[in-house]
Ligand binder design. Structure first.
Ligand code: V47
Length: 408
């Protein structure tokens, strides 16, 4: 994969933004907000610095920040907005990390604790066989007593039930744990060997969770049992080296500072320069119900829009930015499509992590409804598979923008 090739190549530019007039109008439209120089950089496809990032967090005029992000979004994707027909499976909520922000984790025996057997995972896949599901997104808590074979068995169970489904599973945190079990129980020394086993059993790519905010200050306070940011990046590097793509995330709207967020984003950007393996950035809005951070208010819709926009502007080498509809009200996700986001995730079916933490969105949305949400926001819906190959497109040009390049 080549790094840093996506912004400003202009291949997908729309008329409104690609012309010199559009660029000049953009710069002028944000002058009063004090970010005309940043607009000039964006128009010229120059990389924004960490200091620029801090100015975007400080800029009072959110719409000005949004206009810059929208310019980039339209230059890369035009009106195209991606979704997929997917289902989520959270295979266990057993967890020993005790993160302050989490409402999902349980200890075995606690009220509501569960761990799905491979057969139960298969049943969940089977229950959706009448729908055109192309992806299962499978993440869970971390529990050291789960044997190595279990992880391979749940992958095999999915593929046995629906052989053509793409399995996007295991965050970097889960992978680190699976590697420890692989070493202990199967003599697998390296993460590379473990990834080879997982791939053989059916793993196709990895989701972006578990990164939280890389800040050591916050980790020590609130998720000290979890791997460091450095280790998260190291595991992601190995995943990409093994030829698997992954997503990346940042948990925002709690106790983090703008400096910590900029640091997080530029570290993701640096790894992407190296590997090109991240497909999509997903800012995750903190949900405060039923966890140790319940005294915090969580982000507002305006915070969410700013986060998406700044992600789009700083992560100049990541193709896609996702407004995950489950965690923001659907109208906010629709507005987000003009604040840098070009993806809304998928049909989901069953979700626990955000609903345990107070999400009020539905558990599932029909494919037709997703299409309508995107159309109502004035964008062109494009159904994708996990690797952004186009399954169906409302774009008359049917351009497979963002189609996956081979992994290095
Ligand atoms: O790692 C947990 C976060 C993540 C809360 O890759 C919380 O496409 C907010 O990573 N409030 C899991 N966030 C979800 C995730 C994800 C979701 C959708 C798409 C993709 C993708 C990835 O959720 C966890 C953690 O960072 N989380 N609890 C909470 N109370």
């Amino acid at each position: 994969m080549s790094a840093g090739t996506n912004m400003g190549t202009g291949t997908n530019m729309d008329a409104g933004t690609r012309t010199g007039t559009g660029a000049t109008a953009l710069v002028e439209s944000v002058r009063a907000a004090g970010i005309a120089d940043l607009a000039e950089k964006v128009v010229a496809s120059e990389r924004l610095s960490p200091e620029d990032g801090l100015r975007l967090y400080a800029a009072r005029d959110l719409h000005a920040v949004g206009r810059l992000a929208n310019f980039v979004r339209e230059r890369m994707h035009g009106d195209r907005t991606y979704f997929n027909v997917n289902q989520h499976v959270n295979y266990t909520n057993y967890c020993n990390k005790f993160c302050s922000f989490c409402s999902f984790d349980r200890l075995p025996g606690q009220d509501g604790a569960y761990m799905l057997t491979p057969e139960q995972v298969a049943q969940r896949i089977e229950a959706q066989l009448d729908k055109p599901v192309t992806e299962v997104h499978m993440v869970a808590g971390v529990w050291p007593k789960i044997p190595y074979a279990y992880y391979l068995d749940i992958l095999r169970a999915v593929k046995r039930t629906r052989p053509d489904i793409h399995v996007k599973a295991f965050t970097m945190v889960e992978l680190d744990q699976i590697w420890k079990k692989g070493r202990e129980q199967a003599g697998r020394e390296t993460l590379g060997e473990v990834l080879a086993d997982l791939r053989e059993a059916g793993l196709d790519s990895c989701p972006g969770g578990g990164a939280e905010v890389f800040s050591e200050r916050i980790r020590e306070k609130s998720y000290s049992n979890k791997m460091s940011g450095e280790r998260w990046l190291e595991v992601a590097r190995e995943v990409h080296r093994a030829g698997l793509r992954s997503n990346c995330t940042m948990l925002h709207g709690h106790i983090e500072t703008p400096e910590e967020k900029v640091d997080h984003l530029v570290r993701l950007r640096a790894l992407q320069d190296e590997t090109g393996g991240f497909q999509t950035y997903v800012p995750l809005s903190f949900h405060p119900a039923n966890n140790e951070w319940s005294h915090l208010p969580g982000p507002t819709a305006l915070d969410e829009l700013r986060e998406l926009a700044i992600g789009r502007l700083l992560l100049d080498n990541i193709d896609h930015v996702k407004a995950y509809w489950i965690l923001m009200d659907v109208p906010v996700a629709q507005v987000a499509l003009s604040f840098g986001a070009d993806d809304v995730d998928g049909t989901v079916v069953e979700e626990h992590i955000y609903h345990d933490a107070g999400a009020t969105t539905p558990q599932e949305v029909a494919r037709a409804e997703l299409v309508q949400w995107i159309r109502d926001a004035g964008r062109l819906p494009v159904e994708r598979d996990t690797l952004y190959n186009v399954v169906w497109s409302a774009d008359p040009e049917q351009a497979p923008a963002g189609a996956a390049a081979p992994v290095a």
